[in-house]
Design a protein around this ligand. Structure first.
Ligand code: IPM
Ligand code: MG
Length: 347
């Protein structure tokens, strides 16, 4: 059997990190006898330039038909005035594939404690899984755009909360058995529904899981004070966007953080959590590890090939432990050379 990958390099550093992830993906596929077929499509700003649409029909059909979507990054200042922004393509992709749960593991690599902006003893032992709701909330509510007033509506249904909470609880069973749910229940109606639905599901189906709650402002603080206290962190779309950037730098660099977006049966979407970084695009400076570890998640989740995933993760760890890396983690490699080392370590 052959797995079909819709390959969307996108914009900025996207093509550089996507190429790196593809190279490592091909190396591990060869090693494990897994047959892959990559099909490249325009997406984001490059698709606006070529098709006047960040998510053209041809790309949409290919993503729907694929077993997995491997994405670099989208966006850049040159599309700021565009009728449809590149980011709208990304939101449409997540929505149309029904990818309601975004998994963002954040782990400090051994020996990287000193590279964290936190004191090394605080960064030590950080191993989080942020489960971010991805197709609801303020990202997808009614929007009124105006010069004098504007409005972004946030709404959630109980069913939307329960389905992503279920993913978090199931993930917690394979980890520490603890989930921290983050909301703003002291102010927002959607957050009170969120908390109520999360508690209800835990009581009904996951009584083995230890559940606690944090308000999002306090959580932003506690992630800095004591990040290793947390394990699975469950939260809604916008809070998850913000907290995952914050958490990623605790583990040294956002360039290291991968993500998987999953839903009910549809193809998974695999992308680093960093953006298109236009300031360093085309300069061979981007850290490819976030994209490469996203590919590892693709093997584990979409292809049911945990050994291939582990081989990639071990290769990344070994290359990092040998002191190699891009400038964001204090190394001297470019993106290409760094990816080359990881691909060699896999083979
Ligand atoms: C992310 C990004 C996106 C988001 C942007 C590019 C739309 O920040 O994946 O975290 O806000 O979800
Ligand atoms: Mg973000």
């Amino acid at each position: 059997m052959t797995f079909n990958i819709a390959y969307l390099p996108g914009d900025g550093v996207g093509p550089e990190v996507a190429r790196a992830a593809r190279q490592v993906t091909e190396a591990v596929a060869l090693k494990f006898g897994i047959s892959l077929n990559f099909e490249q499509h325009d997406f984001g700003g490059v698709a606006i330039d070529n098709h006047n649409d960040p998510f053209p029909n041809e790309t949409r059909d290919a993503c729907k038909a694929a077993d997995a979507v491997l994405l670099g990054a989208v966006g850049g200042p040159q599309w700021d005035g565009a009728l449809k922004r590149p980011e709208q393509g990304l939101l449409a992709l997540r929505k149309e594939l029904g990818l309601f749960a975004n998994l963002r593991p954040i782990k400090i690599f051994k020996g990287h404690e000193e590279k964290s902006p936190l004191k090394a003893e605080r960064a030590a032992g950080v191993d989080l899984l942020i489960v971010r709701e991805l197709t609801g909330g303020i990202y997808f509510g009614d929007r009124v755009e105006g010069n004098e007033t504007a409005r972004d509506e946030c709404s959630y249904s109980r069913a939307e909360v329960e389905r992503v909470a279920r993913i978090a609880f199931e993930a917690a069973r394979g980890r520490s058995g603890r989930v921290t749910s983050v909301d703003k229940a002291n102010v927002l109606a959607t957050s009170r529904l969120w908390r109520n639905a999360v508690v209800g599901l835990r009581d009904a189906e996951f009584s083995d899981i230890e559940l606690d709650h944090e308000l999002v402002d306090a959580m932003a603080m506690k992630l800095i004070q004591a990040p290793s206290r947390f394990d699975v962190v469950l939260t809604e779309n916008m809070f998850g966007d913000i907290l995952s950037d914050e958490a990623s730098v605790i583990a040294a660099s956002i360039g290291l953080a991968p993500s998987a977006s999953i839903g009910a049966g549809a193809a998974g979407l695999y992308e680093p959590i960093h953006g298109s970084a236009p300031d360093i695009a085309g300069e061979d400076k981007a850290n490819p590890v976030g994209a490469i570890l996203s590919a590892a998640m693709m093997f584990r989740i979409s292809f049911g090939a945990p050994s291939a995933a582990e081989a990639i993760e071990a290769a990344v760890q070994n290359v990092l432990a040998a002191g190699h890396g891009t400038a964001d983690i204090g190394g001297t490699d470019g993106c290409v050379a760094f990816a080359e080392r990881i691909a060699k370590a896999v083979a």
